[in-house]
Design a binder for this molecule. Structure first.
Ligand SMILES: NC(=O)c1ccc[n+]([C@@H]2O[C@H](COP(=O)([O-])OP(=O)(O)OC[C@H]3O[C@@H](n4cnc5c(N)ncnc54)[C@H](O)[C@@H]3O)[C@@H](O)[C@H]2O)c1
Length: 251
């Protein structure tokens, strides 16, 4: 088992890639703090893990709130010990619309959850990771942080910011044996993409054609990359954006 005896805190773990990662990390021996703003979905993920004999605790937190981010780390400490792995995965797609049409409120909310939330997770977990002698931080960025997606200005800006935060975190905390990496998924089959498919964005077929394989990725294909980054298998990797986009950005 790759994460035996480790404590992993995963945000946005009530759905999609976060849930798949929580299940996989638990199977690999980690005790998982399953964090989501939607408490029922967090409980459901934790229940699935427990049913399979794993250790999990559901915790409700809005990652854009500093108090909540502090509380989720405190919950990890109180129940399973300091986080060895922090997976800042929670995110929202926000409203569509070209940038001049975006409301200030919509712009701010996407930045608050997708960028500030990642920073807050790191801010509150890092002191404990330092005291614990190290750890691995994984942030969910996106291909949207690397290429332009029309109608997603705030989302693209936030994800580019996550890539930058990842680099700075790696540079600042490497001396404490803390690695910081991010994952840049392409189109992955989660409720987020389903919502985009039904809200007048790309159709399912158009989304699939973004990949050279003609299909969307599965949440487990991202979870396996997250496991690599969480475990010692990636012991010399830090500060890097790991692209898993089914070849989207090579064409
Ligand atoms: N699905 C894709 O194609 C895709 C591609 C690239 C990046 N991403 C990113 O992957 C991450 C996971 O997305 P997903 O596709 O699994 O989506 P999803 O909607 O299935 O899951 C996201 C989870 O995050 C939770 N969440 C939302 N706001 C929150 C908040 N403020 N605090 C705590 N939890 C919150 C939601 O309740 C949900 O359970 C996101 O950061 C997303 O931007 C997704």
């Amino acid at each position: 088992m790759k994460l035996a005896g480790k404590t992993a805190l995963i945000t946005g773990a009530g759905s999609g890639m976060g849930r798949a990662s929580a299940m996989l990390f638990a199977k690999e021996g980690a005790s998982v703090i399953v964090v989501d703003v939607d408490e029922a979905s967090a409980r459901e993920t934790a229940r699935c893990i427990q049913t399979e004999g794993g250790r999990a605790l559901a915790f409700r937190a809005d990652v854009s709130s500093s108090e909540d981010a502090e509380a989720m780390v405190a919950a990890a400490l109180a129940n399973f010990g300091p986080p060895d792995v922090l997976f800042n995965n929670a995110g929202i797609e926000g409203e569509g619309g070209f940038l001049a049409q975006l409301s200030e409120q919509a712009f701010d909310r996407v930045i608050a959850v997708n960028l500030r939330g990642v920073w807050l997770g790191m801010k509150h977990a890092l002191p404990h990771m330092i005291r614990n002698g190290g750890g691995s931080i994984i942030n969910t960025a996106s291909i949207a942080g690397m290429v332009a997606i029309r109608g997603s200005a705030a989302y693209c800006a936030a994800k580019a910011g996550v890539i930058a935060l990842t680099r700075v975190g790696a540079a600042e905390y490497g001396r404490y044996n803390i690695r910081v990496n991010c994952i840049c998924p392409g189109a992955i089959d989660t409720p987020m993409v389903e919502r985009l498919n039904t809200s007048g964005g790309l159709s399912k077929q158009q989304t699939a054609r973004l990949s050279v394989f003609g299909r969307v990725g599965s949440p487990m294909e991202i979870a396996r990359m997250a496991l690599f980054l969480a475990s010692d298998d990636s012991s010399f990797a830090s500060g890097a954006p790991f692209i898993i986009d089914g070849g989207w950005t090579v064409t």
